[in-house]
Design a protein around this ligand. Structure first.
Ligand SMILES: NC(=O)c1ccc[n+]([C@@H]2O[C@H](COP(=O)([O-])OP(=O)(O)OC[C@H]3O[C@@H](n4cnc5c(N)ncnc54)[C@H](OP(=O)(O)O)[C@@H]3O)[C@@H](O)[C@H]2O)c1
Length: 459
């Protein structure tokens, strides 16, 4: 992304003391200040606990690596952030705190951001989204204006099912125009994910092959070595299906399968993604839970929450009919991997010993790279073929300091670009798929050992 100076912004972070804020949001703001994209700003951090903003900065600092020679520069940046920030302890669900919030914002903005552009970032639970949205407009903290912006960002998961997502959307759309709403799925901020549309629609060697005529199957995998850690309470109410498949993985399906948008702009991309989601059905599903999950603090002793999910999806349209989209995700597995693997069909072969392998295109999102596996002659032999890999590695070709997902996303919100954010109808369509899958799922919960490859999933 071009090094563009961003408009001055007031960040109002709900859940400022939490894991997401200290690990991702504040470090992203730090990076935007460091790169000089963001110079005029202020931050109001909100959460329950009585603390100072400096306590939050202390946590956030741990997530910015600084070499010895850059320490003085880093210190200055953190001092600038601290000087322009304040913390307020309030209960998001209690109306009385919002008048104080309004006054606090005014005070800080009179010194640091006279434009009053505001970004409200809800890094908290979806059960609080409706109250926060309501009170922000009731107290005229988020206002409609053509000269300044009030934009509101909601973290994922957005709701717990289609009904709750619809309720939250209804509440939001009563007070905020959809153009001001940014539903975050941080996967859409990752370089190779945002590259997906460009990769498909700017390459003659790919797009004509992108259909059931040439593709045998698509595998989309996102596995983690990490277990639930300290998030037992939260995770036990969601599980892998709702925490990962509903958002990240269905978004990857939509980006892989969508038709070409009229233009590479938010409206057209989102129109195409939602069409795919509306045609997506779950053919089969296996859910699993790792051993000792029920011993984690915050998890119910008899919990049936899934920490692993494997699904076979079908997309009922002329491009994809007959191509399985296999999806897998899980916690506490033996490998951390995130990729999309496109397996092409066999071609009629003229050789005596035909290659067993077909072509594969793997878009590796974790260590960003793209690999195309093709067949080539084994040197010195007569017409014998072996698979070889053509690899593009992002870190080798581009600046290794290219922006991380949250930095990209915050920058895009300030610029008013919604293409990497999820629209209300997309969220509702993906919950519909998950709700139907849960209703249909009669299979038992498979168990697997921590650190293993996961439960045995029937083919
Ligand atoms: N962590 C991640 O990597 C990650 C990634 C993607 C999405 N998300 C989503 O982001 C949201 C936040 O996640 P998190 O991991 O940061 O959670 P967290 O560590 O539990 O933090 C939650 C924050 O919200 C505050 N809070 C909760 N209820 C409140 C209330 N009624 N009034 C005022 N403050 C309240 C907490 O206050 P105290 O600090 O005072 O306790 C804390 O600061 C969740 O929806 C999660 O699914 C998280």
């Amino acid at each position: 992304m071009a090094n563009k100076t961003l408009k001055s912004t007031t960040f109002v972070i709900f859940g400022a003391g939490g894991d997401l804020s200290t690990r991702k949001i504040l470090p992203a703001i730090y990076k935007l200040v460091e790169s000089k994209k963001l110079s005029k700003f202020c931050i109001i951090g909100l959460a329950r606990t009585d603390r100072k903003f400096n306590d939050i900065i202390k946590e956030a600092k741990k997530h910015i690596k600084t070499s010895k020679k850059d320490q003085a520069k880093a210190k200055k940046i953190w001092e600038k952030i601290e000087q322009r920030s304040t913390y307020l302890s309030l209960d998001f669900n209690t109306e009385s705190g919002y008048q104080q919030l309004k006054e606090t914002i005014h005070k800080l903005e009179s010194r640091y951001n006279k434009t009053k552009n505001r970004l409200f970032y809800l890094a908290t639970l979806p059960t609080q989204y409706q109250n926060i949205t309501k009170y922000l407009t009731k107290y005229q903290i988020a206002t409609k204006s053509s000269i300044k912006f009030s934009r509101i960002a909601y973290e994922k998961p957005f709701g717990t099912d289609q009904i709750t997502a619809k309720k939250i959307n209804k509440c939001i759309n009563k007070v905020f125009h959809e153009k001001l709403v940014y539903r975050i799925d941080h996967y859409l901020g990752k370089e190779l994910v945002s590259n997906m549309a460009l990769l498909r629609f700017t390459n003659r060697v790919l797009e004509p092959l992108w259909s059931n005529k040439h593709i045998e199957k698509v595998d989309i995998v996102m596995t983690e070595k990490l277990d639930i850690g300290k998030r037992g309470n939260f995770y036990d109410n969601y599980g892998a299906l709702k925490d990962v498949v509903q958002n990240h993985l269905l978004q990857l399906v939509a980006l892989t399968a969508m038709e070409q948008p009229k233009k590479l702009e938010a409206k057209y991309i989102r129109d195409q993604k939602v069409k795919v989601l509306q045609k997506t059905k779950i053919q089969s599903m296996q859910l699993g839970q790792y051993n000792k999950f029920t011993k984690v603090k915050g998890v119910k002793k008899n919990s049936k929450t899934d920490t692993f999910a494997a699904l076979k999806l079908t997309i009922n349209n002329s491009r994809w009919r007959g191509v399985p989209f296999n999806i897998k995700t899980g916690k506490a597995l033996n490998k951390k991997e995130t990729y999309i693997d496109i397996k092409f069909k066999h071609i009629p072969c003229l050789l005596q010993s035909c290659p067993r392998e077909t072509n594969h295109l793997r878009i590796n999102i974790k260590d960003p790279n793209i690999t195309l596996k093709i067949n080539s002659k084994l040197p010195g032999t007569k017409n014998q073929v072996i698979p070889i890999s053509l690899k593009f590695s992002e870190n080798l070709h581009f600046d290794q300091n290219s922006p991380k997902a949250y930095e990209n996303l915050i920058e895009q919100i300030i610029q008013g670009d919604q293409s990497a954010f999820v629209r209300s109808d997309e969220v509702e369509a993906s919950w519909k798929i998950i709700d139907a899958a849960i209703k249909k799922h009669k299979g038992k919960l498979l168990t697997y050992k921590k650190g293993s490859t996961g439960p045995k999933v029937p083919k």
